[in-house]
Design a protein around this ligand. Structure first.
Ligand SMILES: Nc1ncnc2c1ncn2[C@@H]1O[C@H](COP(=O)(O)OP(=O)(O)OP(=O)(O)O)[C@@H](O)[C@H]1O
Ligand SMILES: [Mg+2]
Length: 286
């Protein structure tokens, strides 16, 4: 899926360079971006010198000013865009270095459901594209729907669902192939606060249950602190890493975590880093 000669195999040695997730020794890297740059034909340089290692089992948030290249970085990891420079290396565990489509799940800000198809058919889609019949896919689709609490809505149409339920369907669709890595681009930005917090908790529960590695883009300091084992703050123009903040609390988390001294300290540190990142943006995009 990854473009041309840019992708290569990455030795999955736990001693490889990088920072550890919440606790214990370093987990094995899944994918490493080294010196990644992206310059569009328009002349915009979205990324320059981006070095990022995603490790097995972590919940990594990308935070940064609008236009700093978060979505571009996610698309490059997904193989939906090629870097202009630098390399994307995958762990050998993904099967020879380059991941198959089923190794990666992608959730966008919009649920992007097919309005004419039932919830079941929407979630079946990635398996259907792999040639799996409706009958053969049944257990996986029902399993993915029950992960997000929507097993009773399999025959509903998207127009019958709330915004939060549509996003749950979108998450079920991304998980139906049981990807090793789940990429999420501001998935909860359009939801009200209560729905967002519920989805935060449910996402963490699913992540822990399946052992999925998550890379999550958000604009919210609070959301990134609540969800992540590691927060990467990106600078703007061109996008690169400004600061990395570890969140040393086990997953999943509970409402009590939101009032803990650690949560407050991480929010403060992340806010400060985000302010510094916004200062690098000058007057662009803000
Ligand atoms: N296909 C494209 N062609 C040209 N320029 C692009 C393209 N996609 C993104 N850009 C530009 O690259 C820069 C980074 O865009 P990107 O969408 O990655 O930022 P972002 O951090 O996700 O922003 P936001 O927080 O607003 O979603 C922006 O200046 C954007 O206008
Ligand atoms: Mg974006």
């Amino acid at each position: 899926m990854q473009g041309g000669g840019q992708a290569a195999a990455l030795a999955s040695s736990p001693s490889a360079a990088g920072r550890s997730p919440a606790d214990g020794p370093l987990a094995a890297p899944i994918v490493r971006l080294a010196g990644v740059g992206k310059r569009f034909a328009s002349g915009v340089t979205a990324l320059a010198g981006l070095d990022l290692t995603v490790r097995q089992g972590e919940f990594l948030s990308l935070l940064g000013p609008s236009g700093c290249g978060k979505s571009t970085a996610l698309r490059i990891i997904a193989g939906l865009a090629d870097p202009s420079s630098g390399t994307v290396e995958w762990s050998r565990d993904t099967g020879g270095g380059v991941p198959g489509a089923h190794d990666i799940g992608f959730v966008f800000q919009e649920p992007t459901l097919m309005p004419w198809a039932t919830v079941f058919a929407n979630v079946w889609l990635p398996l259907r594209l792999k040639g799996v019949s409706r009958h053969a896919a049944r257990a996986e689709v029902v399993g993915a729907l029950s992960l997000v609490g929507l097993e009773r809505f399999a025959e509903a149409y998207p127009r019958e669902l709330s915004g939060g339920m549509k996003m749950r369907v979108s998450i079920a669709r991304a998980l139906v192939t049981r990807p090793r890595i789940l990429l999420m681009d501001e998935p909860f930005a359009a939801l009200d606060e209560i729905t967002r917090q519920r989805l935060n908790d449910d996402l963490l529960a699913i992540k822990v249950r399946l052992g999925t590695t998550v890379v999550f883009v958000t604009h919210s300091v609070f959301e990134s602190t609540y969800l992540s084992t590691r927060i990467v703050v990106m600078a703007a123009r061109p996008g690169r890493i400004l600061e990395t903040i570890d969140v040393d609390a086990p997953l999943p988390r509970s409402q009590g975590f939101r009032t803990s001294p650690l949560y407050n300290a991480v929010c403060e540190e992340t806010s400060r880093a985000l302010m510094a990142a916004i200062a690098t943006a000058g007057d662009s995009h803000l």
